[in-house]
Design a protein around this ligand. Structure first.
Ligand code: FES
Length: 162
């Protein structure tokens, strides 16, 4: 995979924020740019970023797989991350995940046939006291997601799409 000039210019702007011998520090920004432009970060894109930054591909892959904001495969229009880390487990996090999966007819990590929703379990989102919590498209955090509130959310997102 090669990146076009526009993408490389965006990479260059990120690399310029760091000392010349530390351009690898821009790896997260480069991954975010690729995801913004392509919807996900493929293995080929990881290798190309590694080449651009002078890193080992496995080092880039370690970053991609550590943070679940990076999509390693195409996702739906709405990516729903439900926290199932231990504190949330104790307060219905797993039940919330199962409820969303059941309502949408997908398994965890699955995407609905219409390409609208992807549902994923998530590590701690930093709002343990608000469980169950859910993050929409890596940006919007929702707290105290009872089954009723989950149903309302799904209905609202479907309306948004209609
Ligand atoms: S464990 Fe779920 S937000 Fe912290």
């Amino acid at each position: 995979m090669t990146f076009d000039e526009k993408t490389l210019a965006r990479f260059d702007r990120e690399v310029a924020k760091y000392p010349a011998d530390q351009k690898q520090s821009a790896v997260m920004a480069c991954l975010a740019i690729v995801q913004q432009e392509q919807g996900h970060v493929s293995g080929e894109a990881e290798v190309a970023i590694a080449h651009y930054l002078g890193m080992a591909p496995i080092a880039v892959h370690e970053v991609t797989t550590f943070y679940n904001m990076y999509n390693q495969q195409p996702v739906g229009q709405f990516k729903l991350n439900v926290c199932t880390n231990l504190p949330c487990q104790l307060r219905d996090g797993e039940k919330a995940l199962q409820h969303v999966c059941h309502r949408l007819g997908v398994e965890p990590y699955g995407t609905t046939a219409d390409g609208m929703f992807t549902v994923q379990p998530s590590e701690c989102l930093g709002a343990c006291a608000d469980a169950p919590v859910l993050l929409v498209n890596d940006r919007q955090m929702l707290s105290f997601m009872s089954n009723e509130r989950l149903d309302e959310l799904l209905a609202m997102l479907k309306d948004t799409h209609a």
